[in-house]
Design a protein around this ligand. Structure first.
Ligand SMILES: [Zn+2]
Length: 454
């Protein structure tokens, strides 16, 4: 049987996000199997393929890459009593709710988060789940991601430092450290694919300096390096965390991470709001990655991450929608708009341009996840491709000038089509094979169950 071909035909504009920032007008992309074979002006490409997507009046981009999320939190969006809390208080109120999650709840939440992400243009998603109550396992998420067909980097997250040992989470939600490390090994053996175009990769993700021991931080990074997988945690998110680290360890969060070996091109940290100029320099020099999560940082009043300093120093920077209990949405293009606007509030309207922001959402995210096969459109790259209609009410009068910038200066749209690894997942604005109504019903049932008897 021959490998199927797919043609995305006559796009008004294709933005490749290659090194030179190449864009084409009236252009097409020819895909064979899971890879791009040719891209360029429509009249230079084959006119036929096994399947064809008409992209007239569309802008076509590489699929976006999300670098930080907690899928399970889609079950606890907008919870009264946590809407206006800072991060420590917000966590303490939500831990007992999360403790009631079942494997079925995690599966429903994973499907919801992935569907939302895909609808907003995200074709590669990362998840950081660090709570595994009632028999839930990482396998639950991986199986759902494979069904939905999104490229997935899954963290085996963990918490081991309960209240009785000076940590923030209740003792009932933390795990034994040997058991955590054994399960990390198990999921790497079972699922991690280091190869090009991998659909599943494993990441090791202790939650934060206030919920795991320093021993577990050290053991985890050693294991990650031994097995050749990336490592991820939350760092320098809030001033509460900074005080906690100074009181308990006599070091600032970034200094602590550096001491523990949590610097380098195989590590990325979520947030990095409170990094000093010197810390940004050291993070950049070591090529450490950062997941910038502007909505969550604004919602929790955490602050504004120093993106300019981090990027100038050489840090790898991508965008993350963060968990849906602190940003309440998994719209990655919407998150790009938030990132662009937040960098400007201190007085510089040119602090982050639309193009720079969308580069963070594509190439930036790919670099953070350690991938060179996604994030741009070129022959030989993975066929992760998205398209947005430009002839809509929201973009009218705007997309005539600069269709790329219109995507985040105007109301961020949902995709018209999304292709992951050569498979069409959304076409004509609708999921090809996902029953969304059933998904919503299932999610609302699981979410209600968390609050029954609370
Ligand atoms: Zn987070």
């Amino acid at each position: 049987m021959s490998v199927p071909t797919l043609l995305i035909r006559n796009a008004r504009r294709i933005e490749t996000f290659d090194d030179a920032g190449t864009a084409y007008e009236d252009a097409s992309i020819f895909v064979r199997g899971n890879a791009i074979e040719a891209i360029g002006r429509a009249d230079t490409l084959p006119a036929r393929a096994d399947s064809v997507i008409e992209a007239r009046e569309m802008i076509v981009l590489p699929g976006l890459v999300n670098t930080h999320h907690h899928f399970y939190q889609t079950l606890t969006r907008n919870v009264p009593g946590t809407q206006d809390s800072p991060v420590f208080e917000w966590l303490v109120r939500l831990y007992p709710v999360w403790a009631r999650m079942t494997p079925e709840a995690i599966r429903a939440a994973t499907a919801v988060a992935l569907a939302e992400l895909l609808k907003s243009g995200c074709t590669t998603a990362f998840d950081h789940t660090y709570i595994w109550p009632n028999g839930a396992r990482l396998d639950d998420e991986i199986e759902v991601a494979r069904e939905i067909g999104v490229r997935f980097h899954a963290a085996r997250g963990s918490m081991s430092l309960g209240e009785s040992k000076g940590g923030l989470p209740p003792d009932s939600l933390v795990e034994d450290e040997d058991a955590i490390l054994r399960d990390c090994e198990r999921v790497i053996d079972a699922y991690h694919d280091p190869g090009r175009f991998a659909m599943t990769r494993i990441v090791l993700g202790p939650c934060s300096p206030f919920s795991v021991s320093l021993d577990l931080m050290r053991a985890t990074i050693e294991l990650a390096r031994d097995r050749g997988v990336s490592a991820h945690t939350h760092l320098a998110e809030s001033l509460d965390e900074e005080r906690f680290c100074l009181d308990k360890f006599g070091r600032r969060p970034v200094e602590l991470a550096e001491d523990l070996g949590w610097f380098g091109d195989d590590v990325w940290h979520a947030h990095m709001v409170h990094a000093s100029a010197a810390e940004c320099e050291r993070l950049g020099k070591s090529r450490t990655g950062i997941a910038h999560c502007p909505s969550s940082n604004m919602r929790l009043g955490s602050g504004i991450a120093p993106l300019g300093a981090l990027q100038r120093a050489g840090a790898r920077v991508g965008l993350g929608v963060d968990g849906s209990a602190s940003s309440d949405s998994s719209h990655l293009l919407g998150e790009a708009r938030q990132a662009m606007l937040l960098q400007r509030v201190n007085g510089d309207p040119a602090a982050l341009t639309a193009r720079q922001t969308l580069r963070l959402a594509t190439r930036g995210g790919a670099a953070v996840l350690g991938r060179d096969d996604i994030g741009s459109l070129a022959p030989g790259m993975a066929a992760d491709i998205i398209g947005f209609r430009l002839d809509t009410l929201d973009l009218s009068g705007g997309a005539i000038h600069d269709p790329l910038a219109a995507l985040i200066f105007c109301r961020p749209p949902d995709v018209a089509f999304a292709i992951v690894n050569g498979r069409v997942r959304i076409e004509n604005g609708a999921f090809v094979d996902l029953d969304v109504a059933r998904l919503i019903e299932r999610q609302n049932r699981a979410a209600r169950n968390l609050f029954n008897g609370a």
